[in-house]
Design a protein around this ligand. Sequence first.
Ligand SMILES: N[C@@H](CCC(=O)N[C@@H](CS)C(=O)NCC(=O)O)C(=O)O
Length: 143
Amino acid sequence: MRIIFRYFFRAIHYTIGPLILLWDKLATPVGVQRPGEVQQQVDSSTRNLVLYQFLMCPFCVTVRRTIKRLSLNIETRDALRDMDSRSQLLQGGGQLQVPCLRITDEQGDVTWMYESRAIVSYLQAEYAAASANAPDSRPPPAR
Ligand SMILES: N[C@@H](CCC(=O)N[C@@H](CS)C(=O)NCC(=O)O)C(=O)O
């Protein structure tokens, strides 16, 4: 069963992957604009996050698009090609599955968050409010 999954993901990787990347390039989401000091606070908070990912993984594309939409500066590490990142993910998180968001809290405790949906929900819960105050996302004034 494992081998079937492996070949299935490999097939996605080399066939659908490039198409997804092309679509992502052509329809790149527009990031929210925040006032400088709000963006600085957001940047300082996202310094504690690292996204382990594969370039052509569709689940990773979903997370990267959310990151783009929310204008977050999050370090990404390629767990396919970069062997150090791959072993960090495996040793820290326990599974070689991407996307995985490494969250380090103020006490230095680390959480390895798997599942694209969980990661998107987490990012939205943490950072969409900071976007809501941004001038570009305010509703236009009533006439
Ligand atoms: N349900 C997961 C699926 C993630 C997933 O299947 N990722 C694939 C890459 S597209 C993976 O990590 N495969 C492991 C491997 O290729 O070794 C999610 O939504 O994040």
